[in-house]
Design a protein around this ligand. Structure first.
Ligand SMILES: [Zn+2]
Length: 473
């Protein structure tokens, strides 16, 4: 295990101190997890990427010619082509696997397909559903294809010709969190943890509970009482997690779980955990592969705790460094107006770090003091990105559009479409630019907020005449 992580280190995002990925207490054989730097800063994983031996070959002439056209940066131009070939071959594996064929399972995962860029874990430690392989819907005015009138409504609403929505709600537990959790729970196994814990607005706890159950570990989740959508709470309970509701908000729960984990020796799988961010990077790699490595002009996503902004931004940076793509997409993080600390900081050029008392019906992004602030700030700055805010009314209006297009999402996800529409109207995003928007959670996660309720369907006698009357035909 120590050997597997030899090329991995943790660097403080505040003071740049470097720590080994695995540390041991004095005279102890039990590894001690580290979540923060001695200065209190959060940590970022640094890894040396190594292509598998079979792919470290001499370039052929045709690959040479292709590469000459897209050379960027100082890296050997061949690197990008070899990596692309590796990921293409793995993606071509049929999504079935024979009993005992673990590597097939790994290639079928939209996270572990990119394992050299995610985490160097011995295969027998890996806990995978598998996850990822989520849909990417072309919904722009021009790229949605004929006969898909419903989806085209979203392009019209956004004002974009070439627009894609990538639905991370199609992951096994219904949100993007599974991508980070497969890596986090794998790391917990490598460290020999018996119990794992998190604080959550709901999606993280559902995902943690699912993966911990698969690994036979105890899961403990802390939720802000009364602020978690019903579907998410039901998942945590059903998967068997010990579920503790805290009288307080998410930020209180977050603070508490860190103390609990340190004192009770439980492995912490919050977004504070740097290995979860590594798994979430796979959203970025997968969407680039789905676009045949033609990077979009913009990537737009909801922003709460800022883990996804950090992770996808990091994925794009690494893909660019490996010559997988020829330019960095600009990133637009969208906050709810009542939970907008990152937006406030952005407005004055990140001169100071703002916090707020969060208030929004989009509970998944109801966060006033985001953990990944510094990582995300770096992403916005280096991608020439932007932070925007949208009101709850704008979020609900956009959610109705996504739902009625037959795609559907939880409220926080709709911040993406509301934000795109606003940025196009403001002239920041041009109508002919290629834009990918991320939907983070499944429609069924929250069956109340912004949804037509049971009473709005019609009850009639079982006769054709009665039905004719209600259909007005
Ligand atoms: Zn530090």
């Amino acid at each position: 295990m120590v050997e597997a992580l030899a090329s991995t280190a943790l660097r403080c995002v505040e003071c740049a101190t470097l720590y080994p990925a695995v540390e041991f207490g004095q005279g102890s054989a039990q590894p001690l997890p580290r979540y923060r730097c001695a200065c209190g800063g959060v940590l970022d994983v640094e890894t040396q990427f190594t292509l598998p031996q079979a792919f470290q070959q001499e370039p052929s002439e045709s690959q040479d010619a292709l590469q000459a056209l897209e050379v960027s940066g100082d890296l050997p131009p061949m690197a990008g082509a070899a990596w692309r070939q590796l990921f293409e071959e793995r993606a071509e594996q049929p999504p079935i696997w024979a009993v005992g064929s673990d590597s097939m399972l790994l290639d079928s995962s939209g996270v572990w397909r990119y394992r050299e860029l995610i985490l160097s874990a011995p295969e027998h430690y890996i806990i995978s559903r598998p996850e990822g392989n989520t849909g990417m819907y072309p919904v722009g005015r021009e790229n949605c294809g004929p006969g898909r009138i419903g989806h085209r409504q979203l392009g019209l609403y956004a004002g974009l010709d070439r627009f894609f929505l990538k639905h991370e709600g199609e992951n096994p537990s219904g949100s993007f969190k599974d991508r980070g959790m497969t890596v986090g729970v794998t790391m917990a196994r490598m460290l020999g943890a018996r119990a794992v814990a998190c604080a959550s607005t709901g999606n993280t706890s559902a995902s943690l509970a699912s993966y911990a159950a698969q690994a036979g570990m105890r899961a403990i989740v802390f939720l802000p009482a009364g602020n978690v959508a019903g579907g998410k709470l039901a998942q945590s309970l059903a998967y068997g997690a010990t579920t503790v509701q805290i009288e307080g908000d998410f930020d209180d729960a977050m603070h508490l779980v860190e103390q609990v984990c340190n004192e009770l020796g439980i492995y912490l799988l919050n977004s504070l955990n740097p290995f979860r961010v590594e798994g979430q990077k796979a959203i970025g790699f997968e969407l680039l592969q789905q676009l045949d490595w033609q990077a979009p002009d913009w990537l737009v996503l909801p922003a709460g705790n800022l883990g996804n902004t950090s992770a996808i931004g990091k994925a794009f940076r690494q893909a660019y460094q490996l010559s997988l793509i020829s330019h960095l997409p600009r990133i637009a993080s969208i906050q709810a107006a009542g939970a907008n600390p990152f937006y406030r900081s952005f407005l004055h050029g990140f001169a100071s770090r703002e916090t707020v008392h969060a208030q929004t019906l989009a509970t998944a992004i109801k966060i006033g003091n985001p953990v990944s602030y510094t990582r995300a700030r770096r992403v916005i700055e280096e991608s020439d990105g932007i932070v925007e805010e949208v009101t709850d009314e704008e979020i609900l209006a956009a959610k109705v559009m996504i739902d009625r297009a037959g795609i559907g999402c939880e409220p926080a996800s709709a911040a993406t479409l509301a934000g795109v529409r606003k940025l196009v109207a403001r002239g920041v995003i041009k109508p002919d630019e290629r834009v990918v928007g991320i939907l983070t959670g499944n429609l069924l996660k929250d069956s109340k907020t912004g949804m037509p309720q049971e009473g709005s369907s019609i009850v009639v006698e079982p006769t054709v005449d009665a039905v004719r009357k209600v259909l007005h035909v």
